[in-house]
Design a protein around this ligand. Sequence first.
Ligand SMILES: C[S@@+](CC[C@H](N)C(=O)[O-])C[C@H]1O[C@@H](n2cnc3c(N)ncnc32)[C@H](O)[C@@H]1O
Length: 183
Amino acid sequence: MPKPPHNWPKNIRYITTCSFHTSVPPGTVSFLTEGSAAKTATTNRPSPADGSAVAIRRISDSTHPACGQLGLFAARKIKEKTIIVDYIGEIHCDERPESDYDLSLFRSSDLSVGIDASVMGNEGRFVNDYRNIPGQEKPNAAFVDERLASGELRIRIVSSRIIRKGEEVLVSYGKAWWQARMR
Ligand SMILES: C[S@@+](CC[C@H](N)C(=O)[O-])C[C@H]1O[C@@H](n2cnc3c(N)ncnc32)[C@H](O)[C@@H]1O
């Protein structure tokens, strides 16, 4: 079993490769793990993508909307367009509207696949959204879908500018994510 990083919560399983829920049909597992690696937009960039560029920290700034929660911070200077860490969790095809850690991995007319990191995941599950954080007008990173050379479809957190050591890594969850939670 991989060793969890500092500040990892005891009630969450730390995993470094995605796990498949029983709701994912075998043909879909093959599609997600052995697809064509034609779209390799970011893989040429050298990066460990394994979480070593980030640290999980408790947010103590009372002006931060997620104060008291955990966030993801740069452990060293991160260059622009660098894969910071992959978003790892449980891949599933069932509906999980209650999860705040569920990202869409693939969607078609008859298939919806998500990566849910609510009960298991890696450092990526701690990335916060930039909204309402004083001084943050836009995200400094983004979720990017990519096929690895192995054919595995992943969601990666990629820097959109230089991120200084100690700075919080922030993405946009998207308007739809927030709208769903305001209902
Ligand atoms: C994927 S988790 C991020 C990690 C989370 N902070 C933690 O400690 O587990 C998403 C949750 O983080 C919080 N969050 C992230 N960005 C936020 C923001 N800009 N304002 C308020 N809450 C935020 C919300 O509670 C949201 O449901």
